[in-house]
Design a protein around this ligand. Structure first.
Ligand code: AMP
Length: 481
């Protein structure tokens, strides 16, 4: 992929072992964020970066960090010779794991070591890894505090700190944890903070710990990736949506696709139905255990799974290299999620395809998205082959009959008085649980291990209370319907 910046990785003066790793990874030239961030981080300056995952941001901070640590690289087996010198904090285990994988690859020829700790998994292997020593530690805040509490890690020599996806950290209630971690670090250090958005809270946090930062901005917050082709297809109902997904994957020969649904239940159900329809599909959402999620993700990354059905919270921040397409089975209730979703494809300069399936009652969500993007997205009808629908009914007569019954009894989208009712759930409206709204910033609801990662702190308790509120409201509303 070409960014036409006429800047090369060599021009940064990076050490040969780092350049070799970058070449082996196939990076030909720096992305815009890398071109801006690498020289500044090399100078030792603090940075406030407005960049989303998918822009090449990880190498933007990791390569210069490794370069600055090169004089300290050594081949000694003694853990004492490998103290933590750079700490990278990330909001979720998936992001932490991804950053770790990248850093491990960038550092592979340097003699510098990396380790990752996150919640939701056994702490013992992490303790064993920390005992070996690591110059770069990647962590979610809660689990890091657990390790600090047990004295299985020391940050006394960590003179570089990265706060990645800072806006999500605040959304997830990690602020008190971050403040406690800051107290464990030497006062004199280099600080880098990255965030997709810059709210007043983020600026306040930045003012509290960044020292005369250089502001780096590569893409506006709501700028949808320009290299992503966006298509909106109108279909007539829930059954057509399912058939349309299978038809699009087959007809367009999509080797891999992430399909977004608005609910965890919807994700699991759709994956099962696509499996029955002969596609290799799996679901990833917060009701799955940590191990199941990692295994599912791994299988998808290896190309063993063709369709990954995901909820927003489970999918946000996932970096799946060269993903050719995403499909919005449900249009998101929150227009910003549309931008996050389509950002899963067309990463780091590659082209991508984002297809959204829309029924008549989704129109208001499309209007919100168009308002956010500042332009109209052309809609076209999609002819769903009758054979695809018949095929599905004949295979699962009982379920189809139940859908037909509940669809008859469900209120029509236009006449419904429920504000922002998820139209795609019409077939499940006989059970109030299925109408549970999507809660955009509720990691504890959709990410149980984030709660584990956070540990029994006031922050996680608050986040958990926040996450439960909308469900309670719905259950109260249900008898009246
Ligand atoms: P990130 O935003 O750091 O998650 O990076 C997104 C993806 O872009 C990852 O798969 C990286 O491996 C890839 N990437 C990062 N920098 C480059 C580059 N200069 N050239 C090509 N791919 C890159």
């Amino acid at each position: 992929m070409a960014y036409r910046l006429n800047i090369t990785f060599e021009s940064f003066g990076l050490a040969e072992p780092i350049l070799r790793a970058v070449t082996e990874l196939g990076y030909r030239e720096p992305t815009p964020i890398q071109a801006q961030a690498i020289p500044i981080v090399l100078q030792g300056r603090d940075v406030m970066g407005a960049a989303q995952t998918g822009t090449g941001k990880t190498a933007g901070f990791a390569l210069p960090i490794l370069e600055r640590l090169m004089p300290l690289a050594n081949t000694s087996a003694s853990p004492a010779r490998h103290p933590v010198r750079a700490l990278i904090l990330a909001p979720t285990r998936e992001l932490a794991d991804q950053i770790y994988e990248n850093v491990r690859q960038y550092a592979q020829h340097t003699g510098l070591r990396a380790a990752v700790v996150f919640g939701g998994v056994d702490i013992k292997p992490q303790i064993a890894a920390l005992r070996q020593g690591c110059e770069v530690l990647i962590a979610t805040p809660g689990r890091l505090l657990d390790h600090l509490g047990q004295r299985t890690v020391s940050l006394a020599q960590a003179k570089m700190l990265v706060l990645d996806e800072a806006d999500r950290m605040l959304d997830m209630g990690f602020l008190p944890d971050i403040q406690r971690i800051l107290q464990e670090l030497p006062a004199e250090r280099q600080n880098l903070m990255f965030s997709a958005t810059f709210s007043t809270e983020i600026r306040k946090l930045a003012a509290g710990f960044l020292n005369d930062p250089v502001l780096i901005e590569v893409a506006r917050r709501n700028a949808a990736a320009e290299n992503v082709e966006q298509r909106i297809y109108q279909v007539s109902g829930l059954d057509d949506k399912r058939a349309a997904v299978a038809q699009l994957v087959r007809e367009r020969g999509l080797p891999q696709v992430i399909v977004f649904t608005n609910t965890k239940i919807g994700a699991g159900r759709l994956a099962r139905e696509l499996e029955r329809d002969g596609l290799n599909a799996a679901a990833i959402h917060g009701d799955k255990s940590q191990q199941e999620r990692l295994t599912t993700l791994e299988a998808f990354k290896k190309g063993e799974t063709v369709v990954l059905v995901a909820t927003d919270v489970a999918a946000r921040g996932l970096d799946i290299a060269e993903l050719p397409a995403v499909i919005n089975y449900d249009l998101p209730y929150n227009a910003e999620d549309y931008v996050h979703r389509i950002g899963r494809t067309g990463r780091a300069g590659a082209s991508g395809l984002a297809i959204s399936l829309m029924t008549a009652t989704d129109e208001r969500y499309l209007a919100d998205i168009e308002k956010l993007l500042g332009r109209k997205l052309p809609c076209e009808p999609l002819e769903v082959r009758a054979s695809a629908r018949r095929h599905e009914r004949s295979r699962d007569g009982v379920r189809s009959e139940r859908h037909a019954r509940s669809a008859r009894s469900a209120p029509s989208g236009a006449g419904s008085t429920r504000a922002r009712a998820p139209s795609s759930l019409a077939g499940y409206s006989d059970d109030p649980f299925f109408s549970q709204p999507y809660v955009p910033a509720a990691p504890v609801a959709d990410d149980p291990a984030a709660a584990t990662a956070a540990g029994p702190t006031a922050a996680s308790a608050r986040a958990s209370r926040r996450a439960r509120r909308p469900v309670a409201a719905l259950l109260r509303a249900a008898p009246g319907r």
